[in-house]
Design a protein around this ligand. Structure first.
Ligand code: S3P
Length: 446
C-alpha cells in the first residue's frame, strides 16, 4: 500500500503585507497530460515547466512502469520517449498513485484499451474516493474492473484490445471522467464520443489535438460533443507548461485580504475553463489586473497584479463551479474576510475531492472563529468585514493540500497563530509554496 510522508505540523502567524513578485509552478492538469501523451507518442518529446510535485511524479513513475523512458535534464527540461499508442506494457507491480485522483482516473482510461492488467493503489485519501464514475464507462468499453467495496482503490483493471467505442453523456461535471474516456478512445477502433452537458477544463481536448489525434468538438443542444477517432499515431511535441491558476489562487486571496499587500504573480494560466475564482473575486471587489497577456503552450497566460482591496460578500454563481472547482477552499477564506454573508451552492463535488472540502473547511474556519453554515452542496460564510479573524486553533488538513494552503492564507490575517496539523500534503501540488510565502513576506518570522 501507498505510504505518505510523516505528518508535518506547521504553525503560521500573521506576517504583515505581501509584497514583491513570484511565479507559480506548472499547471498540474497539463503536467499529467504532458507526460501521458508524450509517453504514447512515437519519438522524443520535451517538456518545459513541468510541475515537479508528488502527484505528477506518480504519473511519471506509472508511465515508466508501462514502458516509457522519462528523464529529467539538469536544466529542468523533461525528455520522454513514448511507446506509441497501443504500446503500453503490463506493469510488473501495482501502480502507486499516492494522493492523485487525476493520475488514477486518467491512467485507468489508458489501461482500459490496452491488453494489460494493472493494479492501482493510493493513500488513505485517494482510497476513499469514488472510482465508479470511471469504472462504469470503461466497463462499457470492455474493461474488466475488480474494485474494493464502494468502487474504491485498491482496484485491478484488466484492459482489452480492441476495446469498444462508446458515446457517453457525463452524469457528473468531471474533466477526469471525460479524459479517461477520451484516453481510452485513443487506442479504440472507431469513434469514441463524450457528451459534456456542463463544460469542464478542456486541456485533454487541446492537447490530444496538439499531439495530432483526430479529435473534434461540437456545440450542440445537449452540450459539447467531443469525438476522438482511435488508433491514430501521436507525434512527439515540445511542450511549455503554463503556470497553475489553482496554485496562483492562494496568492490572489492572500494579497486581497492582507492590508497593504501589492504583489505580482507571474506565469498564470488563464484558460477560461479555469478562471472562475478570478471572476468571483472580482465580483467581490478584488483588485486584480492582467499584465503582459500572452500565449504559452497554446494556453492564454498573464502576470497578475493583486492589491489589497476590501471584499464584499456575494452569492457565488453556481455556474462558476466547474471553472473554480479546486478553488472553493480558498474562496471560503476570501469570504471569511468579506463584508457580509457569502453563499456558495451547487458545488456538491467538493464532497469527493482529496477530502470532503465542505466539511473540512467548515471545521477549519469554524475552529478559527469564523461563522460558517455547512450546506449539502456548499457553504455560507459570514465575513469579518476586513478585520483579522480570531485564529488560535489547530486545524485538520485531512491529507488535502488545498486545505493546508487555504488555511495558511487564513492565518496570514488572524489575531492568533493557526496550526495546520499536517502541511506535508502541500508537496503533492505545490512544493515551493512555503518558499514563495517567505519571498512575499520578507522571510519567515523568527
Ligand atoms: C482535474 C479535474 C478536476 C479537478 C482536479 C484535476 C483534471 O477533477 O478537481 O484537481 O486534471 O482533469 P474532477 O474531474 O473530479 O472534477
Amino acid at each position: 500500500m501507498s505510504h505518505h510522508a510523516p505528518a508535518q505540523p506547521l504553525t503560521v502567524s500573521a506576517r504583515g503585507a505581501l509584497r514583491g513578485r513570484i511565479t507559480v509552478p506548472g499547471d498540474k492538469s497539463i503536467s499529467h497530460r504532458s507526460l501521458m501523451l508524450s509517453a504514447l507518442a512515437v519519438g522524443e518529446s520535451r517538456i518545459e515547466g513541468l510541475l515537479e510535485g508528488e502527484d505528477v511524479l506518480a504519473t511519471a513513475a506509472a508511465m515508466r512502469a508501462m514502458g516509457a523512458t522519462i528523464e529529467r535534464d539538469a536544466d529542468g527540461v523533461w525528455r520522454v520517449h513514448g511507446v506509441g499508442v497501443g504500446g503500453l506494457l503490463q506493469p510488473a507491480q501495482a501502480l502507486d498513485m499516492g494522493n492523485s485522483g487525476t493520475s488514477t482516473r486518467l491512467l485507468m482510461g489508458l489501461v482500459a484499451s490496452h491488453p494489460i492488467t494493472a493494479t492501482f493503489v493510493g493513500d488513505a485519501s485517494l482510497s476513499g474516493r469514488p472510482m465508479g464514475r470511471v469504472i462504469e464507462p470503461l466497463a462499457r468499453m470492455g474493461a474488466d474492473v475488480t474494485a474494493s467495496p464502494g468502487g474504491k482503490l485498491p482496484l485491478m483493471l484488466r484492459g482489452i484490445s480492441p476495446a469498444v467505442p462508446i458515446t457517453y453523456t457525463l452524469p457528473v461535471a468531471s474533466a477526469q471522467v471525460k479524459s479517461a474516456i477520451l484516453l481510452a478512445g485513443l487506442n479504440t477502433p472507431g469513434i469514441t464520443r463524450v457528451i459534456e452537458p456542463v463544460p469542464t477544463r478542456d486541456h485533454s481536448e487541446r492537447m490530444l489535438a496538439g499531439f495530432g489525434a483526430a479529435l473534434s468538438v461540437e456545440d450542440t443542444a445537449e452540450g459539447k460533443v467531443i469525438a476522438i477517432r482511435g488508433e491514430a499515431e501521436l507525434r512527439p511535441q515540445a511542450i511549455v507548461v503554463p503556470g497553475d491558476p489553482s496554485s496562483a489562487a492562494f496568492w490572489l486571496v492572500a494579497a486581497s485580504v492582507v492590508p497593504g499587500s501589492d504583489i505580482v504573480v507571474g506565469n498564470v494560466g488563464l484558460n477560461p475553463t479555469r478562471t472562475g475564482l478570478i471572476t468571483a473575486l472580482r465580483m467581490m471587489g478584488a483588485d486584480i489586473t492582467e499584465e503582459d497577456a500572452r500565449i504559452v503552450g497554446g494556453e492564454p497566460v498573464a502576470d497578475l497584479r493583486v492589491r489589497h482591496a476590501p471584499l464584499r460578500a456575494i452569492e457565488v454563481p453556481a455556474d462558476l463551479a466547474p471553472s473554480m472547482i479546486d478553488e472553493y477552499p480558498v474562496l471560503f477564506v476570501a469570504a471569511a474576510f468579506a463584508e457580509g454573508r457569502t453563499v456558495a451552492r451547487g458545488a456538491h463535488e467538493l464532497r469527493v475531492k482529496e477530502s470532503d472540502r465542505i466539511a473540512t473547511m467548515a471545521a477549519a474556519l469554524g475552529a478559527c472563529g469564523v461563522a460558517v453554515e455547512e450546506h449539502e452542496d456548499g457553504m455560507t460564510v459570514t465575513g469579518s468585514g476586513g478585520e483579522a479573524i480570531p485564529g488560535g486553533a489547530t486545524i485538520a488538513s485531512k491529507l488535502d493540500h488545498r486545505i493546508a494552503m487555504s488555511m495558511t492564507v487564513a492565518a496570514l490575517h488572524a489575531r492568533r497563530p493557526v496550526t495546520i496539523d499536517d502541511a506535508a500534503p502541500v508537496a503533492t501540488s505545490y512544493p515551493t509554496f512555503f518558499a514563495s510565502l517567505d519571498a512575499l513576506t520578507g522571510g519567515a518570522p523568527a
